[in-house]
Design a protein around this ligand. Structure first.
Ligand code: KG4
Ligand code: ZN
Length: 335
């Protein structure tokens, strides 16, 4: 069955944001509500899984209601529900998946579980038109991967991190510098007044032919520098670390786009809101006539509009997941 015009309720709870959104035809955002748990996790310098799932359970009903109100819709006006099935924190994912399945059952509406990374790759379609195929980067707190994106449901992974995600590296460096959580935006701000060439940190390369990353070495090098040099400039450390981390991603993306003969790079994930990453990516790609497309910052970080958009495509094909669909803490995309 093909459904021509669809309004999909998206639900996202894979990590530390509870989000709901209504998206029409996979392109138009009618509402998007995000409830952040940053204040809850701040004292611990990272996400505490048990606290995250409890907080999701407390607010998810109200957030979904707010998204429907924002779109001027009643529950019965939605055509289907799209929920993040994985990857992510199991307890957090379960809150969203069980909520979506219960709502679908009560309303008699189809429910589809989507991959969180596919959601990030889909965010761009909510703001700009981009033709397939393109090179997609997901750079977030939990993931750093590059994909050949051939269609909404056709993706091939070209490389990913072998240890920490790039956002995780930003968060860990911020923690060791005593800057607070989440660290990405704080480091970006400090780096604006720093010299990126002040300190030499290792680039996150993993061998010549490889498109994989490794970020644990940069984090260790920052820790060593800070211990060795008590009078360090925090702005210079931030700028030098940021350039080392971001450059690794930029160089691998451009290399992969050239190898795959792709004319566009689409960036996504929380770290894709980093202005230095955007600037360096554009500079490096332009040299090879490759376009760089960036969703706005609010669509780079976790949100449910991207999940609604991604789920629209299987729903439009008439696909829905069975009632025993479960959350998947690990769910590789494009292998
Ligand atoms: O996509 P996201 O909201 O959640 C995950 O799926 O992980 O990404 C969150 C990550 C955090 O690690 C945060 O420090 C990082 O994105 N981040 C940034 C910036 N804003 C958020 N990293 C670097 N620069 C930023 N401006
Ligand atoms: Zn994410």
């Amino acid at each position: 069955m093909y459904i021509p015009f669809v309004k999909v309720l998206g639900i996202e709870s894979s990590c530390d944001e509870t989000a709901a959104s209504v998206v029409e035809d996979g392109r138009a955002i009618l509402s998007s509500v995000v409830s952040s748990q940053d204040e809850i996790h701040k004292p611990y310098g990272g996400v505490v899984p048990e606290l995250a799932s409890r907080a999701h359970a407390e607010v998810i009903g109200a957030i979904a209601r707010k998204a429907l109100d924002g779109a001027g819709m009643a529950l019965n006006d939605i055509d289907g529900i799209s929920v993040t099935r994985g990857p992510g924190l199991m307890g957090s994912l379960l809150v969203g998946v069980q909520f979506a399945k219960a709502l679908g059952y009560v309303l008699g509406k189809p429910v589809v579980g989507v991959n969180h990374l596919a959601g990030h790759l889909c965010a761009i379609h909510l703001e700009q038109s981009v033709e397939f195929p393109f090179l997609g980067l997901v750079a977030s707190g939990g993931h750093t991967s590059i994909f050949r994106v051939e269609g909404f449901e056709k993706v091939r992974r070209l490389g990913s991190t072998r240890d920490d995600a790039i956002g995780e590296a930003f968060d860990k460096v911020a923690k060791l510098l005593g800057l607070g959580y989440p660290g990405g935006a704080i480091i970006e701000k400090l780096a604006k007044d720093g010299n990126p060439k002040a300190y030499k940190f290792p680039r996150a390369f993993t061998g010549k032919g490889s498109l994989d990353f490794s970020f644990s070495g940069i984090k260790t090098a920052v820790a060593r520098k800070v211990a060795e040099q008590p009078g360090y400039s925090i702005n210079d450390i931030a700028a030098s670390f940021q350039d080392a981390a971001v450059n690794a991603v930029v160089q691998k993306c451009v290399k992969a786009a050239r190898l795959e003969k792709l004319g566009a790079i689409v960036i996504s994930g929380g770290v894709a809101s980093n202005s230095r990453l955007r600037e360096l990516m554009k500079n490096a790609a332009e040299e090879h006539d490759i376009r760089v497309l960036c969703p706005s910052a609010k669509l780079c970080t976790d949100n449910a509009a991207m999940i609604a958009a991604q789920g629209t495509h299987p729903l439009m094909r008439g696909y829905s997941d069975p009632p025993d669909m479960n959350a998947l803490a690990s769910w590789p995309l494009g292998d």
